[in-house]
Each structure stands twice: as structure tokens, then as C-alpha cells.
Ligand binder design. Structure first.
Ligand SMILES: *[C@@H]1O[C@H](CO)[C@@H](O)[C@H](O)[C@H]1NC(C)=O
Ligand SMILES: *[C@@H]1O[C@H](CO)[C@@H](O)[C@H](O)[C@H]1NC(C)=O
Ligand SMILES: *[C@@H]1O[C@H](CO)[C@@H](O)[C@H](O)[C@H]1NC(C)=O
Ligand SMILES: *[C@@H]1O[C@H](CO)[C@@H](O)[C@H](O)[C@H]1NC(C)=O
Ligand SMILES: *[C@@H]1O[C@H](CO)[C@@H](O)[C@H](O)[C@H]1NC(C)=O
Ligand SMILES: *[C@@H]1O[C@H](CO)[C@@H](O)[C@H](O)[C@H]1NC(C)=O
Ligand SMILES: *[C@@H]1O[C@H](CO)[C@@H](O)[C@H](O)[C@H]1NC(C)=O
Ligand SMILES: *[C@@H]1O[C@H](CO)[C@@H](O)[C@H](O)[C@H]1NC(C)=O
Ligand SMILES: *[C@@H]1O[C@H](CO)[C@@H](O)[C@H](O)[C@H]1NC(C)=O
Ligand SMILES: *[C@@H]1O[C@H](CO)[C@@H](O)[C@H](O)[C@H]1NC(C)=O
Length: 452
């Protein structure tokens, strides 16, 4: 994607020119993420959005669960021919190590089931010690007043999750390489990792472009490389109108996005993720044929759901990974991290102003969050059964569901006079709760190392 285009489009009403690109680009990533639906569907309200996104099989008891009458609208849901698989955590769980040298790691322990507990020692870096915090996640810089959200750690029910240990991580990945494939939330994760590692060593940026989307980092002392590949849809996609980001995207749901599928063969670890982009207007293609769309205005095109495209995208991505002859790495599926807009949708004043985590029963996974999560687990299970490559669950969903306090909200930029910018309840402040993803990552890698 061309950020310059987006910049113009998204910030046009601010009368900002391109000059300051490096500073404002990151915000654009958020802005465009949420700019499209209202342009096309100014009257779309949460009830309707949820309804369009919902599949018939989907059990929701949220405030906007759909009534029978609403279901009669012309909505085609996820095909019922999709495989009926019992997804249980034990199907998808990483095999736990038998070895003993890793402390606190019970082989029965599900890292991802647990709760946030106080950790007075956090955080482990600041915007003064880490240079890779993207502006729009630099919440302290933009005046976030509270600090309590930095004082928590994740406690799995059955064991301890050790805090990230940069030395240990770097020893473990010596001579290896790690790739992130996904959108700006994947980038958020990568930047958290760079910050946590910066305690020991700084990465060298060896990217061949200046954009934020594809980056390559080297940790030369450790012969460790890290890259990120921009693939918000995982599959091949382009804009319906090259110069107009407000127009829907074409998604070729059964075709690989070669910008990453041709690159990952050399990597030892790949962390794949996708999510929020699937709510944007898009045209769906299968076998080079338009089969439907999401939020499009052509009357003769079937309205399909986000679930349809999400499932197909993961099917295709995992199928391609399983077909890569030379890829010997481990693929981690980092599951969907829910957003936390309250008291309104993202463009109607919705915000995330809480300052402490939810307790485990204060928030439940429901509605489209649940459906996205289920789709991911289903497709992961299918990919694992294929058995050609190693797929592992990296379950970020439950832990992040409980962190409404971890988003930038309005502290991802300075206020702009006369302009209402939507609050960011999608990405995560750095430092912040997303740092736990690297606690998970190290622990998952340790388990793999023991298995080897
Ligand atoms: C669904 O929500 C309603 C209203 O919030 C509540 O009264 C009811 O108990 C809920 N049902 C279930 C099954 O959770
Ligand atoms: C799914 O689970 C249900 C209830 O546990 C069981 O009856 C059914 O046979 C399972 N189906 C498959 C395909 O494993
Ligand atoms: C394992 O944990 C115990 C108790 O917390 C500690 O005494 C011991 O030193 C740890 N061992 C290793 C190898 O870290
Ligand atoms: C870091 O955050 C502080 C507020 O805690 C802010 O004053 C400062 O400008 C920020 N520095 C950078 C480099 O982001
Ligand atoms: C890291 O990248 C450098 C430069 O491309 C390459 O020479 C080196 O072999 C890579 N190391 C690993 C572990 O992939
Ligand atoms: C998008 O890609 C498809 C398939 O390669 C191509 O046919 C189409 O012309 C492209 N659309 C645009 C607007 O570039
Ligand atoms: C898109 O913009 C570029 C440069 O601004 C221009 O050269 C090109 O003709 C435009 N393409 C279309 C289809 O409008
Ligand atoms: C794809 O479309 C072509 C013709 O456009 C057709 O011959 C082929 O059977 C289709 N493949 C599938 C898998 O539907
Ligand atoms: C839908 O209708 C438009 C306008 O009549 C036409 O250009 C387009 O090809 C049609 N699309 C399909 C999928 O039939
Ligand atoms: C904001 O609005 C006020 C009143 O409408 C106007 O006087 C002022 O010039 C505007 N400021 C900017 C930066 O546009």
C-alpha cells in the first residue's frame, strides 16, 4: 500500500501536506483502518454492523445481538459447508516440553488461560530507552496521565509465565530468523520486541525501503534477523481504484500474497496474524471470479460477511505455507486481539478510558471477536492436521480481551484544533500490555527448543 496516498486522503481535511510524512504516517495506518466504512455507510450503526458481520451459527448475547426480523435482511453468511470441527484448546495447544531445565513450566500448563496480576516492577523500558516506539503508540509522550496500566503481568492459571528475558531470548535465537506477517498490530508487536531487546542490544535497520511496512532488522552480534511483511489481508489484494483508498479493496481470497509467501522460506519462525482490516469494504474473488462483497453498493453482487473472507484468507495462507517445499520454520498463529471501544463505535465517539484490566469474568469473548477467534482456531487445526509444516497456537485473544486499559485512546497524537480524531482502541501503548506477547513468544520458543 502507498502511504503517501493514504496520507493525503486521511488527513486531507487537516490541510496537512505530505512534508511531515515520517511523523504522521503512523497515524494514517490507524486512520485509514477506520476511514472507509463511514464514507460508504454513513448511517451504519453498531447493531447493523454486527448483524452484517454475524454468521447464522453465531451465538451472541451482546447488546446488539440480532433479532429474527433483522436476520431476514439479505445477508449471506459463512457457508454452512465449512468444515465442522470441534475446536478444543487441547487440539491446538503447543506440545509442552518434558524436559526439566525450564523452571516453572508445567507440561500441562496452558499459558493463555489466566489473569492479569499486579506487577509493581513494570515497565521494563520507556520511550527514553527505546527508539522504535511508533509515535501513535507513544502514549506517555502524548500526555497519557495514568501509569497503573504498566503495572500488570500475565499469570497463567497452572504455572508462571516468566517475564521476558532479553539475554535468554537472544541466546535462543542465535543464528535464526523471525518474520512477522500481518498488519499494524503485528508491527506493534514487533516494536515491543525490539524495545524489550534494546535493554541488551539495538537492532540495525537494514530495510531497503523507507516505508514502515516491510522492515528488516539485524542483531549482528547474535546473527539474528527479524523482518516484517505487510499483509493485512494475508491473501492477494489491491485497491479497486489505485489512487483512492476510500474505495473497496479487491481480495483474491484463494490466491497468495506473494509479498510474504515468497519470502518466508528462509525463516525459522513466522508469526502470522490478521484482523481488523477484514471489516473494511471489500470485493471477494475466488478463482478469479467476483463471488461477493462486504459493504459494497452494487446491487447485483452478493453481500458476504467478514467471516467469509477471514476464513478463506486463513485457509489460503495456511495452505500456501503447507505447500512451501523449502520452508522448515515454525508458524505461530497469533490470534485476534479485540478492540475496546465503549460508549460508541470508533467514529461516533467510542473510546477506551479504563485504567485497569478486567478481571477474568468482567469481559467475555463474544460477537465478531468470538467468531474471528473460532475461525482462526478451526483453520489452525486443519493446517496442523495437514501435517506438512509446524503450526503452533499463539493465543493473544483472552489476555488482550482483558486489557481495555492498554490502548492509546486519544494519546496517540496531539489534539488537533477543530478536528475530531477517532480514538485508537485497537493498537496498544508501548510500553503496555502487548509486551506480554513477547513473554509468550519466548516461552513458546523455549518449548520448541526443548522438543528439538
Ligand atoms: C443475555 O443478556 C440478557 C440481557 O443482558 C440477560 O438478561 C440474559 O441473562 C443473557 N443471557 C445469557 C444466556 O447470558
Ligand atoms: C464434537 O464434540 C461432540 C460433543 O463433545 C461429539 O459428540 C462429536 O462427536 C464431536 N465431533 C467430532 C467431529 O469430533
Ligand atoms: C527454579 O525455581 C526455583 C524456585 O523458584 C529456584 O529456586 C531455582 O533456582 C530455579 N531454577 C532454575 C534453573 O532457574
Ligand atoms: C517520553 O515521554 C515523556 C513523558 O513521559 C515525554 O515528555 C517525552 O517527550 C517522551 N520522549 C520521547 C522521545 O518520546
Ligand atoms: C541475516 O541477514 C544477513 C544479511 O542478509 C545474512 O548474511 C545472514 O545470513 C542472516 N542470518 C540469518 C540467521 O538468517
Ligand atoms: C488487481 O489485481 C488483479 C489481479 O492481478 C488485476 O486483474 C486488476 O487489474 C488489479 N486491479 C487494479 C485496480 O490494479
Ligand atoms: C494515480 O496517481 C498517479 C500519480 O499521482 C498518476 O500518475 C496516475 O495516473 C493516477 N492513476 C489513476 C488511475 O488515476
Ligand atoms: C475456475 O474457473 C475456470 C474457468 O474460469 C474453470 O474452468 C475451473 O474449473 C474453475 N476452477 C474451480 C476450482 O472452480
Ligand atoms: C453488476 O452490474 C454492473 C452494472 O450493470 C455490471 O457492470 C457488473 O458487471 C455486474 N456484476 C456482476 C458480478 O454481474
Ligand atoms: C478553529 O475554529 C475557529 C472558530 O471556528 C477558527 O477561528 C479557527 O481559525 C480554527 N482554527 C484552525 C486551526 O482551523
Amino acid at each position: 500500500m502507498d502511504f503517501q496516498d493514504n496520507l493525503e486522503l486521511s488527513l486531507g481535511k487537516l490541510k496537512t501536506r505530505k512534508k511531515n510524512a515520517t511523523k504522521i504516517v503512523p497515524f494514517v495506518a490507524l486512520a485509514i483502518l477506520f476511514t472507509l466504512i463511514p464514507l460508504y455507510y454513513p448511517s451504519l450503526h453498531p447493531k447493523k454492523l454486527s448483524q452484517v458481520l454475524s454468521s447464522s451459527s453465531f451465538q451472541s448475547n451482546s447488546s446488539y445481538s440480532s433479532s429474527t426480523e433483522e436476520k431476514n435482511e439479505k445477508i449471506i453468511t459463512t457457508p454452512s459447508s465449512s468444515p465442522q470441527i470441534n475446536v478444543t484448546r487441547s487440539d491446538t495447544l503447543v506440545a509442552a516440553p518434558q524436559a526439566r531445565f525450564i523452571n516453572h513450566t508445567d507440561e500441562k500448563c496452558d499459558l493463555f488461560l489466566g489473569e492479569w496480576v499486579p506487577n509493581p516492577d513494570g515497565p521494563y523500558y520507556t520511550n527514553m530507552t527505546c527508539f522504535t516506539i511508533q509515535e501513535h503508540q507513544n502514549c506517555m509522550k502524548y500526555g497519557r496521565p495514568d501509569r497503573d496500566f504498566l503495572k500488570w503481568k500475565w499469570k497463567p492459571d497452572a504455572c508462571e509465565l516468566p517475564l521476558f528475558d532479553a539475554h535468554q531470548f537472544l541466546q535462543l535465537v542465535r543464528g535464526k530468523s523471525l518474520a512477522f506477517v500481518g498488519d499494524s498490530v503485528a508491527r506493534n508487536h514487533m516494536q515491543s520486541l525490539i524495545c524489550l531487546l534494546s535493554k541488551v542490544v539495538y537492532a540495525v535497520d537494514v530495510s531497503d525501503t523507507t516505508d514502515q511496512e516491510t522492515k528488516h532488522w539485524e542483531y549482528r552480534d547474535y546473527n539474528f534477523n527479524m523482518s516484517i511483511f505487510w499483509a493485512p489481508y494475508l491473501v492477494k489484494a489491491n485497491k479497486t481504484e489505485p489512487n483512492n483508498t476510500y474505495q473497496p479493496f479487491n481480495l483474491y481470497l484463494d490466491e497468495p500474497d506473494e509479498s510474504w509467501t515468497t519470502k518466508i522460506q528462509d525463516f525459522d519462525y513466522v508469526i502470522i496474524s490478521a484482523g481488523h482490516w477484514f471489516f473494511r469494504p471489500s470485493m471477494f474473488y475466488l478463482n478469479h471470479t467476483l463471488v461477493g462483497c462486504l459493504f459494497c453498493s452494487q446491487p447485483n453482487v452478493s453481500q458476504l460477511t467478514s467471516f467469509f473472507s477471514y476464513q478463506k484468507a486463513f485457509q489460503t495462507a495456511f495452505r500456501i505455507i503447507n505447500s512451501l517445499e523449502n520452508y522448515k520454520g515454525i508458524t505461530f498463529l497469533r490470534t485476534f486481539a479485540p478492540s475496546h471501544f465503549e460508549d460508541g463505535v470508533w467514529d461516533k465517539g467510542g473510546d477506551c478510558v479504563r485504567t485497569i484490566p478486567f478481571k477474568r469474568n468482567e469481559n467475555v469473548l463474544d460477537d465478531y471477536n468470538l467468531e474471528f477467534y473460532k475461525i482462526q482456531l478451526q483453520e489452525l487445526t486443519i493446517a496442523q492436521k495437514e501435517g506438512k509444516n509446524k503450526f503452533r497456537l499463539f493465543d493473544a485473544t483472552q489476555s488482550m480481551l482483558l486489557r481495555p486499559d492498554g490502548h492509546p485512546s486519544k494519546y496517540g497524537h496531539w489534539p488537533k484544533p477543530n478536528v475530531t480524531l477517532s480514538n485508537d482502541c485497537v493498537h496498544w501503548c508501548l510500553p503496555g500490555p502487548i509486551d506480554v506477547w513477547n513473554d509468550f513468544l519466548l516461552e513458546l520458543m523455549k518449548r520448541e527448543a526443548i522438543d528439538e
